[in-house]
Design a binder for this molecule. Structure first.
Ligand code: AKB
Length: 340
């Protein structure tokens, strides 16, 4: 008998951290993880089994298939937007070939136990590409089907994998070849920039916001790599984790699409700096634009329309901008660095 579990790939990353804590606290399903590196010891004891390895290793995936019966997969492993521009071929391998391996693994899982596997995929605002700042200012909130011309390798990978996921989706069972028939229930969220009080991102382009806050809390000066007027959507990490869990639990019948925008607030970099200064009066924040990273942020929308997520599966973030800072970020980040 194989053991029923939830699988998280890329579990050691920022979202994985919060997700493992939340899933372990719920205790509804045992968790197994795949990550290139061993998990942080504070998380390792929360999981049933930790596989240290790559999603590109199909032998590893076959081993997992033979030992565990998986109902839900959170496929978080990815190379983010800035890092992906330095190593585009590796980004494509991890983000596309890796995702294809995990989708195919999900299909095999579903076939082996006879039920569709719920497959949660974090896509991104990087799937969008606005051609210039005038257009960005004019269009405001973008809908899921609009402006799908990403300018980064990561954005191209995310957009394409949304399509791959939809190909595997059970909605396509009529169209798919017999062996693909309907065993992957693919659900994607296009996340905005995420800000965690507990972890720091690495390799992303929305990182300027979390980096600014974490640097201020440690009394370190920070040079923000985008202009003060740069504006993209953001969300506090607990709301991102909650959104994944809510979408995973949604009745498939309510979902009219496979890919959903979500957001909570969309401050400019200058507005983030002002909030950081209000929380950490001694912070030293300057602006030194990095041309390539600025171009990426300029191509991302200033805001997204998340009405489909709100009406179809009840997405409702707890933290607006003010409360994200006053109730979540400032107190938790302060406590974190005071005790280290
Ligand atoms: C990145 O900056 O690459 C990510 C994202 C917005 O998907 N945080």
């Amino acid at each position: 008998m194989r053991k029923p579990v939830t699988l998280i790939t890329g579990a050691g990353g920022e979202i994985g951290h919060g997700l493992i804590e939340r899933l372990a606290a719920e205790g509804r399903s045992a968790i197994i993880t795949i990550d290139l590196l061993p998990l942080d010891p504070t998380l390792a004891h929360e999981v049933e089994r930790e596989f240290v390895g790559s999603i590109l290793d199909t032998n590893l995936l076959e081993r997992v298939l033979s030992e565990y019966e998986i109902d839900t997969i959170y496929h978080l492993a990815a190379i983010l937007s800035t890092r992906g521009e330095f190593t585009p071929v590796t980004a494509h391998q991890v983000n596309v070939e890796g995702t294809l391996n995990v989708l195919d693994f999900a299909q095999a899982q579903g076939e082996s136990h006879g039920r569709p596997v719920t497959f949660l995929y974090p896509s991104s605002i990087a799937a969008y590409g606005l051609p210039d700042l005038d257009t960005k200012a004019r269009v405001g909130k973008v809908k899921e089907h609009e402006w799908n011309q990403p300018m980064t390798m990561y954005g191209c990978n995310k957009l394409y994998c949304e399509h791959l996921g939809s190909y595997y989706n059970l909605h396509y069972k009529q169209l798919a070849a017999e062996h693909l028939a309907g065993k992957v229930d693919f659900r994607a969220i296009r996340f905005p920039g995420l800000i965690s009080a507990v972890t720091l991102p690495s390799g992303g382009t929305s990182d300027f916001a979390p980096e600014m806050i974490h640097a201020a809390a440690q009394g370190q000066p920070y040079a923000c790599f985008v202009r003060p007027d740069s504006r993209i959507p953001f969300m506090a990490m607990p709301d991102a984790v909650e959104a994944l869990l809510t979408l995973a639990a949604a009745d498939r019948g309510q979902l009219r699409t496979n890919v959903y925008n979500i957001t909570a607030f969309n401050p400019s970099a200058a507005e983030i700096r002002d909030l950081v200064l209000a929380g950490f009066g001694a912070a030293s924040i300057t602006f030194e634009t990095d041309v390539k990273r600025q171009a990426i942020v300029d191509s991302w929308p200033a805001d997204v329309d998340d009405s489909a997520a709100k009406t179809q599966w009840g997405f409702s973030p707890r933290f607006d901008l003010e409360h994200a800072f006053s109730e979540y970020l400032i107190p938790n980040i302060r406590a974190r660095y005071e005790t280290t």
